[in-house]
Every structure is written in C-alpha cells, then in structure tokens.
Design a protein around this ligand. Structure first.
Ligand SMILES: Cc1cc2nc3c(=O)[nH]c(=O)nc-3n(C[C@H](O)[C@H](O)[C@H](O)COP(=O)(O)OP(=O)(O)OC[C@H]3O[C@@H](n4cnc5c(N)ncnc54)[C@H](O)[C@@H]3O)c2cc1C
Ligand code: SF4
Ligand code: SF4
Length: 652
C-alpha cells in the first residue's frame, strides 16, 4: 500500500500551536507512507490540487489529511481523492485543530500529539478497504409537522416547487401563535391579514394534504423512504360533511369549555370552530365538556347540524403516509408563569400573559378588540408590562433569552396607546434586545413617540390594593425602588420548547438540547439540517425565533428538501455495520440497543440471526460494542482497526 500524508497549517489556527513540518517529518517514518508534507491550507484549491497531483505522481492508494474537523472537511477531501482516481473511502482525517491546536498550550507537546494522531490515522487507513455506496430510490413526498407560520411557509414553498406535501397539525387549525397575534412588529401590520391568505393558500393548494387535529404516532424508515403513522384524533364531527356554518356552536348549551385559541380568556362552547379564519374551518367537540359524551344527554348539535356531520361514535384513526423527507416546525410553548408566585399570576385575574393580551387587542378576540380587565371588564389606564418572565432567569432554569419578548412588549405598548390614548404603559426590563432590521428604531418609537416609560430592573412583587395592583421593583438606573399602581399587569412570558418535543425527537431520532429545543446539524453551516438525514427544522422549534426568522427558515428547509429531491436516486453511506452470520448467536442485544431501529432478527436456516438494514444504519457503532460475540463489525471501524490505532498510540 502507498499512503500520502498532508499536514495542514490552517494559517495560524494549527501552525500557531503545532509544528506541521515536524509532524510531516515524523509521518515519513510510518509504514506504507511514501510521501508526507505540510501545506498552508489543505482545503483550498491549490491545497486540494497538491493532494491530487501527489496521488498521481506517487500512485497512492490512500491519503491522510491532518487538519480541522471532519464534520466540515471530510466530504471535501473525499471528493478530492476521488477526483485523483482513488476510492473516496481510502481517506482518513486526523483532527489536529479541535483535538490539538485549539486545546493545547505547549507547542512541543502539541506537535507530538498531532504526530500520534497522524500515526493512528495511518494505521487505520492501512486496514481500510474501498467501499461502494448503495443507491436507492427516493419517495419525493415531504411531511411537515406543525402548521405555524414556519410550517406553512415550508409547505407552500415545497408545494410550489412541485412536491406533494403532507402537513400535520395537532390543533384543529393551522396558524400557530401568529394566528393569535393582533399586529406584528416592527411594521405593526395586521397579523391575520398577512397570515390568513397564506393559510387559505395551504387549503387550496392541490399539492398539499392537510391533517389537522392529528399527531405523529410513529415514524420509521430513512432518508428518501420514511413511513409515518399519523393519528387523526377524534373530532366527533365528519369533516367531509361539516361546512363550518357554526350553527352547532350557536345552539350548544354547554358554554363553559376551555377556550384554547383565546388563551383561556373567557370560555367557549363544547362544540366549536376555534376562530373565524380557521383552516380547515371545521367544528370539533371537546369531549371533556360535551354533555352528550359525558352523560349521554343533549345531542343538540346533531339535531341542528344541517349537514348531519355530528358523529358521537367516532374514534381515532391511524393513517400511514410514505414520504422521503420531514420538516419539523412544531414551534414553542409559553413558560408556565405561575411559578412566579410573587407576581400573583394565576391568582390575580388582572395579571395576564402577553399572548392573552394579544387576544384582548385582537378584533377577533373575546372582547372584540377592546382592552378590558378580565376581573370587571373596565378599561385599564395604567398598564405595567414585566419582561423576562421565564427568560434569562437561572432560578427557574430558563437562562436563555426568548428573543422576541422585548420587541412584542414594545409593540403592545404602542398598540395600547392606539387603543386607549389616555393610557400610560410602564415596562420593567432587564436589557432591551432589538437587533433585527428596524427593531431598535421600533423600541425607541414606543418610548419616544408613544410615551411608554421603561424602568430597568426586575419586579419583586405584585399585590392587590383595592381595585388596583401595586407593582414593586428595582429601578437599577436610578438606584431606587419603583412602585407603580397598575390596572392591568402583562407578563412577557418566555418561550420554551413545545410540549412533547423530546418524545417527538425520539420518534424522529433527532437531537434536542437540555431545554427540549431541537438541535441543528451545525450551528453555522447546517442551520436547518438535523443529525438524521432527510429531517429538517423550521421555526421556533429550534429555539426562540420571531416571524421573519421563522419564515426564512421555513423557506430554507423547503430549499433543502427540493435540493434533496432533485436527484432521482440517493446514495447511502457504506460505513455501516454488518453481521458476521456465523458468529451471531441471535441474542438480539444489538436490536435492543440500536437507537435507529436499524437491526432486526431474521430467520436463517431455522436460527435467529441479526441483520442490519444498511440504509437505516447511521454508523454510530453502538451495536458493534454491544454484541457479546463481536459478530457485528462497523465498516472502517472494525475491532482490528480500533486496536491498530490503540497499538500505534501505545508504541509512540
Ligand atoms: C405574545 C407574543 C407576541 C408575538 N408577537 C410577534 C410579532 O409581533 N412579530 C414577530 O415577528 N413575532 C412575534 N412573536 C413570535 C411568533 O409568535 C413566532 O415567531 C412564531 O409563532 C413562530 O412560528 P412557528 O411556526 O415556528 O411556531 P408556532 O407559531 O408555535 O407554530 C407551531 C405549530 O406547530 C403545532 N405543533 C406543535 N407540536 C406539534 C406536534 N407534535 N405535532 C403537530 N403539530 C404540532 C402547533 O400547534 C402550532 O400550530 C410573538 C410571540 C408571542 C408569544
Ligand atoms: S352534544 Fe355536546 S357538543 Fe353537541 S350541542 Fe350538546 S353539549 Fe354541545
Ligand atoms: S451502527 Fe449499529 S446501532 Fe448504530 S445505527 Fe447502525 S445498526 Fe444501529
């Protein structure tokens, strides 16, 4: 075998802390190495050309590059060696930036360590064999989970790009939080006026199939070929027949059902259509409040429904859809503000959340767009906004910034003045974070044009005083205590991961952070990809995001799906596990441990044997280390290769 070793300077990133020439020199003494040299930027065009030229000149069978992370550069170098005429899997990388130059301070020790890593890579490469990726067909349908603004954007972009789209939304209408907003910052344009037409486009698009009031039961398969079981939850209304006329709502005598759309400001009927612009505009019975379903009495809706759509005997239905890619756009939930007992949230009726306030501001809300105190329906004059409730607060395990609360509070202060010109808004804040386009100008408008009084400091407590509330907090700029008499207190509650996100992540086999937000493939270079091929992210499910960013990411996810589907066949990574059938005793331990469901037991001449589904296997190697017989080996990470690396390290 003839091996070439190329040690990269990466400018001063590596060369500042490692001596690449010395590393190359030590590599020249390694078995099978016929050329070893250092290079300024191995990934640059001349750097790659140097490798290609060397492969040809020395008739190399394999190449080792010692440079930065394989996560970014492995694919680049594999393509380069392939251009030079050798199999792309006859290439190994030694990560001497993250593993050496970025962490070690002593240049000599670093250089030795880099040389050791190169030695290990060479030993591994000596046992590599050329691998050929398998090709497989691709199902060019995409499933989007979550019908908020991010999911809607992704769905429309994919559908306009000619793809068949399955959109799954867990509530009875698409629209997400944006459908609940009155106006949007920084343009203060009507939220439903801009979102409504897009929702209608979803309903009317011939390429989009919408499953509302549905959730993912399970999902199996792999990029290009996923099978999703979707649970269509019982609505007790046949949506094929329901025309959305609303007669049932009018006549339903059970009028105390939780009004989820209006954020529990007020109540609704047991059968309801959540809001006039709902898509689909179909009724759903809330079984918790329906007298017919609880006691067997009533049945008024069935009697009045002109379409005979009411079906009390209806049950959940599970349907299967086959898709080639998935976009997750499940958004966020609001922090449970009741943990802040000192604010009296949940106890005092006039201490409400920011989203409840949006519903009070909205013309389609429970008060017809008039700001009224929940306790007595009176118009408030002094309104206190408290920012960072469940954001940037380690004491409630929410140290992160929710991103959009500074902005929506400024918007709400502006809108308050528009609604009640003789009102006064006070905003308790920690810092103002307004980095978007026209965002800083917007918060200034709230202060300068609309007279909102900003007080920098945390609120210590809110307590009632007669009909009013005293909001007491620190004014850290003045070095005093601020005490404001409020008619209404609005808490800018932070964003947290949507409920059930970890469970959904397990089903999709994608990563999530400690707060439950889904993790992107790479924070800079793969912002919409996940670590599972064919699964993409859009919107606030990845972390708090405002509408422009959510929409941008929805489009980016759609572009990724369209790019993926632009090929007719996909290639699977051949660095997967395989089972040595003679050694396998069929114990099934690998089946239990594989996190991707890639190993199954099959009957082999009357004996159970493990079999790896190569297209599903992600090459993580868990099965290989689990197998008590050593019957599963991971291609290019075989026991022999790992031992050879360890030996190389111990020898040096
Ligand atoms: C009070 C308030 C005011 C705001 N004002 C503004 C503003 O003026 N301007 C602005 O830019 N931003 C504003 N925002 C932020 C804005 O709400 C978000 O940017 C936007 O909603 C993110 O969209 P999304 O689609 O990612 O998530 P969401 O709107 O949360 O939508 C997610 C959707 O996924 C569905 N879903 C969740 N889990 C599942 C599941 N497992 N299966 C199927 N479906 C699921 C949900 O039901 C929902 O329909 C405001 C936020 C708040 C709280
Ligand atoms: S049957 Fe249930 S939903 Fe229908 S009208 Fe009666 S209480 Fe309302
Ligand atoms: S390497 Fe093994 S455990 Fe990992 S995905 Fe493949 S089969 Fe599953």
């Amino acid at each position: 075998m003839k091996i070439g070793v190329f040690v990269c300077h990466c400018g001063s990133n590596i060369a500042g802390a490692v001596d690449p020439a010395k590393v190359a020199e030590s590599a020249r003494a390694l078995p099978d190495v016929v050329i070893a040299t250092d290079t300024l930027y191995a990934c640059s065009e001349p750097g790659q050309q140097g490798i290609i030229d060397a492969v040809k000149e020395y008739e190399l069978d394999g190449v080792v590059v010692a440079s930065c992370t394989p996560r970014m550069h492995e694919a680049t170098f594999r393509r380069a060696v392939e251009r030079a005429g050798i199999n792309r899997y006859m290439f190994e990388m030694a990560n001497i930036r993250e593993h050496v130059s970025w962490i070690g301070k002593d240049k000599e020790a670093n250089t030795n360590k880099a040389a050791e890593l190169v030695g290990m890579a060479v030993e591994k490469l000596r046992r590599d064999r050329p691998l050929i990726p398998k090709q497989f067909d691709i199902n060019k349908r995409v499933m989007i989970i979550g019908g908020g603004v991010a999911g809607i954007q992704a769905a429309l972009d994919c559908a306009d790009g000619g793809l068949e789209v399955i959109l799954v939304e867990k509530t009875s209408s698409i629209g997400g939080k944006m459908a609940k907003l009155d106006k949007t910052f920084p343009t203060v344009d009507c939220s439903s006026c801009i979102l409504g037409p897009r929702m209608v486009d979803v309903a009317q698009h011939p390429n989009i199939t919408l499953y509302a009031y549905s959730e993912i039961e399970s999902i199996s398969g792999y990029v290009g070929n996923f099978q999703a079981n979707i649970r269509k939850k019982t609505t007790y209304v046949d949506w094929e027949l329901c025309t959305g006329c609303g007669l049932c709502m009018e006549k339903c005598p059970s009028k105390k059902s939780t009004d989820h759309f209006n954020e529990k400001v007020g109540v609704t009927t047991a059968i309801n259509i959540p809001f006039p612009q709902a898509i689909p505009k179909k009724a759903v019975i809330d079984a918790e409040f329906c007298t017919k379903l609880i006691k067997g009495k009533c049945g008024v809706c069935a009697k009045v429904c002109p379409s005979k759509a009411i079906k009390y005997e209806m049950e959940d239905e599970v349907v299967t859809e086959n898709v080639g890619a998935v976009v997750v756009a499940t958004g966020f939930d609001l922090f449970d503000y009741s943990v802040y007992g000192e604010y009296g949230a949940g106890k005092y009726p006039d201490v409400i959340t920011s989203l409840q306030y949006e519903r009070l501001l909205s013309a389609s809300g429970p008060t017809g767009g008039h700001i009224k105190r929940p306790s007595d329906g009176k118009e408030p004059k002094n309104i206190v906004f408290i920012q960072c409730v469940g954001s940037r607060d380690k004491s409630v395990d929410r140290p992160y910034c929710s991103g959009f609360c500074c902005m929506y509070t400024a918007k709400q202060a502006i809108l308050t003045k528009d609604h009640i010109p003789d009102s006064q808004s006070y905003v308790f804040y920690m810092d103002i974070r307004s980095p978007g386009k026209m965002y800083d100008e917007f918060t200034r408008r709230a202060m300068e044009e609309y007279g909102a009084r900003y007080i920098r400091g945390r609120v210590a407590m809110v307590y009632p005083k007669g009909e009013k509330y005293i909001v007491r907090g620190a004014d850290t700029l003045m070095g005093t205590t601020a005490e404001i008499e409020a008619d209404l207190v609005v808490l800018a509650v932070g964003a947290e991961a949507a409920k059930g996100s970890p469970q959904l992540a397990e089903k999709l086999r994608i990563s999530y952070d400690k707060y439950g937000f889904f993790m992107e493939g790479h924070p800079k270079l793969k912002p919409v990809e996940t670590n599972t091929a064919g699964v993409y992210l859009a919107g606030a499910c990845q972390g708090p995001k405002d509408i422009p960013s959510s929409v941008a990411q929805g489009s980016a996810a759609a572009a990724k799906v369209l790019g993926l589907f632009s090929k007719d066949k996909l290639e699977s990574d051949p660095q997967v596990s395989h089972v040595e059938i003679k050694r396998c005793v069929g114990c099934g331990k690998c089946v239990e441990t594989c996190p991707f469901g890639a190993v199954k037991l099959v009957d082999f001449r009357g004996m159970p044997k493990a079999e790896v589904i190569e297209t599903v296997c992600q090459g993580c190697g868990i099965c290989a280390v689990t197998c008590p017989q050593g019957a599963i080996q991971l291609e290019h990470f075989t026991d022999n290769q790992i031992l050879a690396e360890v030996n190389a390290l111990c020898r040096s």
